[in-house]
Design a protein around this ligand. Structure first.
Ligand code: FAD
Length: 170
């Protein structure tokens, strides 16, 4: 399909699992909405850079954007920061310190390239990163955002601070 979901057969459109991209319900849904918008003369747009993936295990794993492996392969220069839940107050208080937050940012522009969270509740926490990426945000944008204490989400701020080696707790 092209960017308007048109197949090579005139009048036949396709989106969802049957076309390229992650085989996920929310990706198919976004494409369906975009297609409906296009049919009614509106812009219709899907940002394929910010489609989250979640593994619903215990702890959960949630991810958006590029992995370190993909960045290495493409030769893009990046900075990686990893913050463990063993240094997060809420995780300690609830006796569940499994996991970490990893943030990958462009080494020149600081733009967020990928966020990966292994944690209880990671499927909920990932959306903060998604919104930041949707707005073309930097690691510093996340680092300068005030986070409520004590929350597991503070680990995202700490990981973002770590891009500039300014992590507060370790
Ligand atoms: C076990 C399982 C668990 C999953 N869990 C998740 C999850 O947790 N989160 C997530 O995001 N995604 C999950 N997915 C993936 C998600 O279900 C798909 O990405 C999503 O349903 C794709 O939507 P779709 O509309 O492209 O296709 P589908 O939902 O598969 O819809 C296609 C429809 O076309 C119909 N159809 C097929 N052939 C014909 C025909 N010849 N004529 C008429 N109708 C036809 C089918 O019956 C079906 O209703 C899971 C998938 C599976 C199998």
């Amino acid at each position: 399909v092209n960017t308007r979901f048109e197949t090579s057969v005139p009048g036949l459109y396709a989106f969802g699992d049957v076309v390229e991209g992650p085989m996920l319900a929310h990706k198919a849904s976004e494409e369906g909405v975009a297609f409906a918008e296009m049919l009614t003369g509106k812009a219709g747009h899907v940002n394929y850079e910010t489609i989250p993936g979640v593994v619903y295990t215990g702890p959960e794993f949630a991810s958006v954007g590029q992995t370190e492996e993909a960045l290495k392969e493409s030769g893009q220069s990046y900075v990686a920061s990893r913050f463990p839940f063993s240094a997060n107050g809420r995780a300690k208080a609830s006796h569940n310190t499994n996991g970490f937050v990893k943030i990958l940012a462009d080494s020149t522009t600081d733009r967020i390239l990928g966020v990966h969270i292994l944690s209880e509740g990671a499927s909920e926490m990932i959306h903060e990163a998604l919104v930041a990426m949707e707005f073309g945000g930097s690691a510093e944008d996340l680092a300068r955002t005030c986070h409520a204490h004590p929350t597991r989400s503070e680990a995202i701020k700490e990981a973002a601070l770590g891009i500039d080696k300014r992590t507060l707790h370790m």
